[in-house]
Design a protein around this ligand. Structure first.
Ligand code: GLA
Length: 380
């Protein structure tokens, strides 16, 4: 068992006074390329990271409940907090609550259960801790009650939880990545058909590392321009008389102006970049892959306007330090950026970044190195 899974198990034993029926865990993600394309019916290429949220679950009523012993209880070891399944309250518990709710809405019989969570996905950094807790809950509850829901449908239920219960209008990418990624591979998702395909990504064999820079600028998706960007894309599609920007061509862009033009241009060019990036990976051409990452960042900065000084500074510094490619990852507005760098250059890159961030009086960033990890699974 992984350390997070053991902590969840231990927390369950302490708080619910018994053995859980099963333990599951699910990872956070980074997105290699394909940003703000998922809710436009386009393509994304995320990979799971080796940071996870684990949950130990058991059926029905057990000891340790002072009141209302027939109610589902959720415990977080990281926050040392017990919460009933009950009301939405703006806390971490809304994610598992939302998943149980979405499963019920879809007609699945979710009984009373106890769940203890423990994780090590950095929170609020754009590494999808929310998708990780949703995916872990979904897989665990599915197993606990023998619901037999497939992974793709679990991902859709998790997205429903996030959209309609938590109230954040995200696309399907993060939940898909958390549930369907495989170790040593990225996942190409067609967000319209929901078909997904693993794309091998052996960075070590290529002598490369994926450096993640957490700018520590908090991004609350609900408070940011995320919903605004989404609405502009819908308007642009409407102007073009198409259902989703996925269907727009470069030629169509001439019919748009202002913000609609800029947002749509990003989406059209980004979708093309994802498909080119997959070809580059299949050819082991990391130079081409890296160029597409830089182009993606420029488009997110200039056309989609979701970058920040911190993210731009990291990408520029990475380029100066010889990174093959770099870009912001996730929604933007803060959060994380990634760089693909020769293994021997990682220390020089993080040092140079620390220096530049300090010179610009930006908050000291945190750095991680990830290898593409495995998606959600039941612990044995
Ligand atoms: C967030 C959302 C995703 C996706 C990205 C931007 O991570 O959760 O669905 O839209 O932003 O690519």
């Amino acid at each position: 068992m992984r350390e997070t899974e053991q902590r969840a198990l231990q927390a369950y034993r302490e708080k619910f006074d018994g053995e859980p029926d099963l333990v599951a865990s699910a990872p956070g993600r980074i997105n290699l390329i394909g940003e703000h394309t998922d809710y436009n019916g386009g393509f994304v290429l995320p990979c799971a990271i080796d940071r996870r949220i684990a949950v130990a679950v058991g059926r029905g009523r057990r000891g340790g409940f002072e009141t209302r012993p027939y109610e589902t209880r959720l415990y977080s070891a990281d926050f040392d907090e017990m919460r009933p399944v009950g009301e939405r309250d703006g806390s971490w518990a809304d994610y598992p609550r939302g998943v149980a709710w979405a499963m019920g809405e879809a007609g699945h019989e979710v009984g009373v259960f106890s769940a203890a969570f423990a994780g090590d996905v950095p929170l609020g950094s754009g590494l999808s801790s929310s998708a990780a807790i949703e995916a872990a809950t979904a897989l665990a509850v599915d197993g606990l009650f023998g619901l037999g829901i497939g992974r793709t449908d679990l991902a859709v239920l998790c997205q429903r939880a996030e959209n309609d219960y938590v109230g954040v209008g995200t696309g399907i990418m993060d939940q898909y990545a958390s549930l369907l990624c495989q170790a040593g591979a990225a996942l190409l998702v067609d967000c319209r058909s929901l078909e997904a395909q693993s794309v091998p990504l052996d960075l070590a064999a290529a002598g490369l590392a994926l450096v993640v820079c957490d700018t520590r600028v908090e991004r609350g998706l609900a408070d940011t321009g995320y919903n605004d960007r989404r609405a502009t894309c819908e308007r642009a599609a409407h102007t073009l008389g198409i259902e989703e920007l996925r269907d727009a061509t470069e030629g169509d862009l001439a019919l748009l102006s202002g913000a609609e033009l800029k947002r749509a241009r990003h989406v059209v060019t980004e979708n093309a970049r994802v498909l080119e990036a997959v070809e580059a990976l299949e050819d082991n051409d990391f130079n081409a892959f890296g160029r597409l990452m830089y182009a993606s960042h420029a488009s997110l900065r200039d056309d989609y306007e979701v970058s920040t000084q911190e993210l731009d500074t990291f990408v520029q510094t990475a380029e100066e330090q010889g990174a093959k490619g770099a870009r912001l990852t996730g929604a933007g507005f803060g959060g994380c950026a990634i760089a693909l760098v020769p293994e021997d250059n990682t220390a020089a890159l993080t040092k140079a970044c620390e220096r530049t961030f300090a010179e610009q009086e930006l908050e000291k960033p945190a750095f991680y190195e990830f290898i593409p990890a495995t998606g959600a699974e039941l612990a044995t």
